[in-house]
Design a protein around this ligand. Structure first.
Ligand code: ATP
Length: 370
C-alpha cells in the first residue's frame, strides 16, 4: 500500500467548492482501492489570504508543497485584489511558486471527450493532443524585470537557454513515448512550434529540438511556425500528438486548444519539474459564480486524474497510473451520457451533484474490476 502526501491549495472564488467536490471523488476512489491512499495537507494561499494577512507566498506553504508528493491547486486570485500599482496579485503567487519549485514543463492536454461539442464542424478521427509549454523562461523570463528607459520605452527580453530548452523538449519526447500517438494514424509524434525563420532565439530552440530528437528515433518529429500552427490546429487537429514550445507561444496555443474541446471548464493542466509537480484546472477562480454551488468541478477532477498518472510514472506505481485512467474514463462516461451536468455544460446540476455522479461512475468501474 502506498500513501501519497498531497498538498492542497484551494485558493479563491470557486476554488474551495471544486476542491471539496474533487476530494469527494478522490476519497471514493481510494476507498475502493485498498492499496491506494492519500494524506492531505491544506495551505491557504491566494487573494483572500493576502487580504487577511498580507502574506503572498508564505515559507511554510512552500515548504509544505515541497514535502508533498504532488500539489493540487484549484484557482488563485480575485481580479479586484491588487497591489497599489494596479497589478493583480495572482501572477506574483503563481510565478513565485513556479520559480520556487522549478516547474519547467506546463502540460495542457487538449482532448475532445465524447458528448462534448467542439466549435469545429468536423472533428475527424478525434482530438487528443498535448501542448507542452516551457514554463520558466522565454518571453516570461524577465517578468517584473526588463529594461525601462525613462518612462519612454520598456523591453521584455526573450531568453532561451540550452538547459531550459533541453529539459522541456526531453520531457515532451518522454511524454510522447507514454501516449498512444495522434488520432489520425496512431503514430507518435512531437511537433516543435517556433518562429525559427525570424528569431535567432527560436532558431536555437529548434536546433536543440533536433539534437534531443536524435535520442528518440522511434518517435516522429515535425517543425512548424507558430502562426501557421494556429491554422493547422483548426483545420486538422487530429494530426497532432505532443507539441512543445516557448513559454508565451504555449500560453496562447494552450488556450486555443481549450477552445477546440469545450472551453476552460474541462481543461486540466500540470506543471512538472524534476523534483515537484503541481496540478490545476486551466480556468481561473470564476468569482462571478463563486458561492452559488454551480461551478463545474470537472477540470480539477481531471487534473487529479493527471496527478495519479504522473505519480504512477514518477514512482513506478502501475496502480496509481491505472487509477488515473479509471478516473479519466469515469469523467468521459459522465460527459458522454450528458446527464447531471452543471449549467456551463448545458445541465442544471450543482457542483456536488456532478461530483456524486462522477463518484458513482468511479464506484461502478471499481466494482466491475475495470
Ligand atoms: P484567470 O485570468 O484567473 O485565469 P479568467 O479571466 O480566465 O481567469 P475564469 O475565472 O476562468 O476567468 O472565468 C471565465 C468565465 O468562465 C467566467 O464567466 C466563469 O464564470 C466561467 N468559468 C470558469 N471556470 C468555471 C467552472 N469551473 N465552472 C463554471 N464556469 C466557469
Amino acid at each position: 500500500m502506498f500513501t501519497y502526501d498531497i498538498a492542497l491549495l484551494p485558493g479563491d472564488g470557486i476554488g474551495p467548492e471544486i476542491m471539496d467536490a474533487t476530494l469527494l471523488v478522490l476519497d471514493g476512489l481510494a476507498a475502493g482501492i485498498p492499496e491506494l491512499s492519500f494524506n492531505y495537507e491544506t495551505y491557504l494561499i491566494g487573494a483572500d489570504h493576502y487580504l487577511k494577512t498580507k502574506e503572498l507566498l508564505p515559507e511554510y506553504a512552500v515548504a509544505g508543497c515541497k514535502a508533498a508528493h504532488a500539489i493540487l491547486l484549484s484557482a488563485v486570485g480575485i481580479p479586484e485584489v491588487r497591489f497599489e500599482d494596479g497589478t493583480e496579485i495572482q501572477p506574483q503567487i503563481m510565478i513565485g511558486l513556479r520559480k520556487e519549485l522549478d516547474l519547467y514543463a506546463a502540460v495542457r492536454p487538449v482532448k475532445l471527450y465524447p458528448g462534448v461539442k467542439s466549435p469545429l464542424g468536423n472533428t475527424g478521427p478525434g482530438i487528443d493532443m498535448v501542448v507542452v509549454r516551457e514554463n520558466t523562461e522565454g518571453l516570461f523570463a524577465s517578468f517584473n524585470g526588463g529594461a525601462v528607459v525613462n518612462n519612454q520605452a520598456i523591453a521584455d527580453t526573450m531568453i532561451i537557454t540550452r538547459r531550459g530548452s533541453e529539459r522541456v523538449i526531453d520531457f515532451a519526447f518522454r511524454l510522447a513515448r507514454r501516449r498512444s500517438g495522434r488520432p489520425s494514424d496512431g503514430k507518435r509524434r512531437v511537433t516543435c512550434v517556433d518562429k525559427a525563420n525570424i528569431f535567432r532565439s527560436l532558431a536555437f530552440f529548434r536546433k536543440i529540438f533536433d539534437e534531443v530528437a536524435v535520442k528518440y528515433p522511434e518517435i516522429g518529429t515535425e517543425r512548424g511556425y507558430v502562426d501557421a500552427m494556429t491554422v493547422h490546429m483548426l483545420q486538422r487537429p487530429w494530426d497532432y500528438d505532443v507539441m512543445v514550445m516557448e513559454n508565451m507561444f504555449g500560453d496562447i496555443l494552450s488556450d486555443l486548444g481549450a477552445g477546440l474541446v469545450g472551453g476552460l471548464g474541462l481543461g486540466p493542466s500540470a506543471e512538472i519539474g524534476d523534483d515537484y509537480m503541481l496540478f490545476q484546472p486551466s480556468h481561473g477562480s470564476a468569482p462571478d459564480i463563486a458561492g452559488q454551488g454551480i461551478a463545474n468541478p470537472m477540470a480539477l477532477i481531471l487534473s487529479a486524474a493527471m496527478m495519479l498518472d504522473s505519480l504512477g510514472d514518477k514512482y513506478d506505481d502501475a496502480l496509481a497510473a491505472r487509477s488515473g485512467k479509471l478516473l479519466d474514463d469515469s469523467v468521459a462516461e459522465v460527459l458522454a451520457k450528458g446527464e447531471g451536468l452543471t449549467p456551463d455544460l448545458g445541465g442544471a446540476a450543482s457542483t456536488d451533484e456532478l461530483a456524486n455522479t462522477v463518484l458513482a461512475a468511479v464506484r461502478q468501474r471499481i466494482n466491475q474490476g475495470v
